[in-house]
Every structure is written in structure tokens, then in C-alpha cells.
Design a protein around this ligand. Structure first.
Ligand code: NAI
Ligand code: MG
Length: 373
């Protein structure tokens, strides 16, 4: 019997292609795993009215880890237009499966390493090796949003003292409210994960990103929690930085940073910035990690214009597979995989279009993974 059960969720577009490439690499490493194909994505929305069917949720409850490709998402009206005729007008609303997945399984850590592999022509600067811990379940992504603003909320705002009460006097469609909700628990979990990582891997510094001088309640809490947690790791240097300033400093001195931890939205922003500094979307890998389940994915989407061409860079997904191996405790295999990636990048003989080459992932080989549906 195989040692691991791994859910395999290709999704849409190039998600299907990059997962095939990653699977070929995992097969070469002879990981003892059963890969369980699971349905997710646009096709299932159109056909069944649910891009994340219950059978996929059930399957995810019984696996050790999952690898996810990418999905196509469209705005609510455009999504409804593509539903099967029998499902049209039934009130079904499209919701992003990946956001649902993170919340449903409480995958509270979003881990995004950004490393400049030597020889990558897309590197912004040699030696960049940043690791981002992004809170993954709340903050401005909590989904508590209002437009038009309901009466009870307008009334509550009107009861505040000026100038805050002014919003409550506006007509309900003349303003919108998106709640930034940050809990002590999730803030603690993400900051602790960053410090634990720094301790485990001998990282020199943790930078806590926030905007507590302006967003005083939520980011103030985040910073307060960070201070408390940092107290438990006296051997690790830490600092805090404002989200606006850090984007400038990261560009100016990327080598001065190491581990960064941030609430959801700021984490999203800095992880795109950092991914671009090490080669862009073809290199951005990500782990959505909870206590029981972890789902690994490239950060890019389904890139419909390249779908079916097998020309996009599979490295992001292969590095996501490496993160999965680490999470499973398969450190030697993870190291071999990373050495392989580093060698290919360093040699510069095989390159996808984004790196200035014209190789196709079909050249990686044929056989089992490419026969997958
Ligand atoms: P995208 O990430 O799919 O692609 C944008 C562009 O980036 C592509 O046209 C291509 O030029 C480049 N690119 C992406 N992946 C690459 C790779 N591996 N190698 C080389 N170049 C690569 O973003 P876009 O076009 O905004 O969204 C397309 C669809 O994907 C949308 O439906 C969107 O909602 C969805 N999406 C899904 C995500 C997910 O599944 N986690 C994340 C982002 C977008
Ligand atoms: Mg993003």
C-alpha cells in the first residue's frame, strides 16, 4: 500500500498542463503515493452548478495532502450565463473554489517562498531568498461586505460621534463597507508559524508587516500579538514595518529581508512583489496549510490564452510539489527535487517562453501523467 494519499486537482486551462509536469517529477522521485484525481473548476460549474463539488470536499477529508493547478473564475453574471440551460435562473451563485477550500479546511497559513535560483535571467537581484507567511482566512477577505449598506449598519454609524457618524447619513447605495476582521487567534497562528519556521531553518530575521499607525484596531491587534509571540523566540531578530514602506525597501534592499509575516491582504501584495523579483508567475509557488490538510499550488491562474499549448513554465508547480514533500517530511526527496530545478535553471539549456526559450513541457516525457485526463 502506498504511504500517502494525495488529492490531485488539475482544475482548468494551464492548471492541467503544469500538474502533469509536476506529476512526472514526483513519479521520477518514486514517492510512495496514490494520487486521487478530483473534480474542480469551471467545467463543473457549467455542468453541475458547483465548481467545487461535494465529492471533492469529501475526498479532501481523507488525504494527506493535495496539489491544485488553477481554476478559471468569472464575475457572477458572466458565470450564470454559462450554466447548463436546466440550471439557469435557479439562483446559483458562483464562488471561487480556492477561497472556499481555504476557509472550509481552515488552511490558515499561506506560505510563499521566493528564491532567486542562480542563472535565472528573470532574477531582479542575485541571492534573494524570501519567505512570506500570509494569513489566509480573514482580514479584508473575511467576506463581510455591504453594498448597498443595510439600515441597521447605517443606524449604528449614525450613533457614532462625528466625523464617523457622517457615513451613516449617506444614502445606502452611495457608499460600501468591506469589513477588515482580524482575530487574535488567526494572528497568533500565522505569526507563530513564521517564527517557528525561522527557528527550524535558522533564518536570521522576521519582519512583521502592518499599517498599525493608521489601521489601529485590526493592525494594532496584529502587531500586539506579534510582539507577544516574538517574546517566545529570543534568539530570532524581529522588526515591524509598514506595508507601504516595506514595498519600497524590498525593492531597494531585498537582501536585507528574510521571513515576512502579514495579514491576508498585505501578504498578498508583498508576495506578488517578491514573486516578480525572482522570475514572476512561472516561479510563484504556494502552500495553503492547516493543522490537518495542506494544499499546494502555483500562484498563477489558468491563463486561458495559453491553455492546451504546453508552453507555460511548470517550475512554480514543481516547486509547489517540493513544498508538499517538505510538509510530508520527505526532506531528502524535496532536496533532490530542488537541486534538479536549480540545475535546469542554472544550465539554461531548457527554457520556457517566459525565460526566453521555446521549450514545451511535452518534451518532459510521455506516459502516465500525460495520459491523465
Ligand atoms: P493568470 O495567472 O492565469 O495569467 C496571466 C498571465 O501570466 C498569462 O497570460 C501568462 O502570460 C502569464 N503566466 C501565468 N502562468 C504562467 C506560467 N506558469 N508560466 C509563464 N507565464 C505564465 O492570470 P489571469 O489571466 O488574470 O487569469 C486567468 C484566469 O485564472 C481567470 O479566470 C482568473 O480568475 C483565474 N485565476 C485563478 C487563480 C487560481 O486558480 N489560484 C489565480 C489567479 C487567477
Ligand atoms: Mg494574488
Amino acid at each position: 500500500m502506498a504511504k500517502y494519499k494525495i488529492a490531485w486537482l488539475p482544475g482548468d486551462g494551464i492548471g492541467i498542463e503544469v500538474l502533469k509536469a509536476a506529476r512526472l517529477v514526483l513519479n521520477k522521485l518514486e514517492l510512495s503515493a496514490d494520487y486521487l484525481h478530483a473534480d474542480i473548476g469551471w467545467e463543473f460549474w457549467c455542468r453541475e452548478g458547483d465548481p467545487f463539488p461535494q465529492r471533492t470536499i469529501d475526498l479532501l477529508k481523507n488525504v494527506d495532502a493535495a496539489v491544485f493547478g488553477a481554476i478559471t473564475s468569472k464575475p457572477i453574471k458572466a458565470a450564470e450565463a454559462e450554466l447548463a440551460p436546466a440550471l439557469k435562473g435557479t439562483g446559483l451563485i458562483y464562488r471561487s473554489p480556492i477561497v472556499r477550500l481555504r476557509q472550509l479546511f481552515d488552511l490558515y497559513i499561506c506560505l510563499r517562498p521566493c528564491k532567486a535560483y542562480p542563472g535565472n535571467p528573470l532574477n531582479y537581484k542575485a541571492g534573494i531568498n524570501l519567505v512570506i507567511f500570509r494569513e489566509n482566512t480573514e482580514d479584508l477577505y473575511s467576506g463581510v461586505e455591504f453594498h448597498p449598506v443595510p439600515q441597521q449598519l447605517s443606524e449604528a454609524l449614525r450613533r457614532l460621534s462625528p466625523p464617523f457618524s457622517g457615513f451613516g447619513h449617506l444614502r445606502s447605495d452611495q457608499y460600501a463597507v468591506s469589513c477588515k476582521i482580524n482575530t487574535r487567534k488567526a494572528s497568533q497562528q500565522i505569526v507563530r508559524a513564521a517564527f517557528e519556521f525561522a527557528r527550524k531553518y535558522g533564518r536570521r530575521k522576521v519582519t512583521v508587516v502592518h499599517k498599525a499607525n493608521v489601521v489601529r484596531a485590526t493592525d494594532g491587534l496584529f502587531l500586539e500579538v506579534a510582539r507577544e509571540v516574538a517574546g517566545g523566540y529570543p534568539e530570532i531578530t524581529w522588526e515591524d514595518a509598514n506595508i507601504d514602506a516595506i514595498t519600497m525597501w524590498l525593492l531597494k534592499n531585498p537582501l536585507s529581508y528574510d521571513v515576512l509575516v502579514a495579514p491576508n491582504l498585505y501578504g498578498d501584495i508583498i508576495s506578488d512583489l517578491c514573486a516578480q523579483m525572482v522570475g514572476g508567475l512561472g516561479f510563484g509557488c504556494s502552500g495553503n496549510i492547516g493543522d490537518r490538510l495542506a494544499v499546494f499550488e502555483p500562484t498563477h491562474g489558468s491563463a486561458p490564452k495559453y491553455a492546451g499549448q504546453y508552453k507555460v513554465n511548470p517550475i512554480a508547480t514543481i516547486l509547489a510539489a517540493k513544498m508538499m514533500l517538505e510538509w510530508l517530511g520527505e526532506t531528502q526527496k524535496a532536496q533532490r527535487l530542488e537541486e534538479g530545478v536549480a540545475e535546469v535553471i542554472g544550465e539554461g539549456k531548457v527554457r520556457t517562453y517566459d525565460m526566453g526559450g521555446s521549450n514545451s513541457t511535452l518534451e518532459l516525457g510521455s506516459g502516465a501523467p500525460y495520459d491523465l485526463h
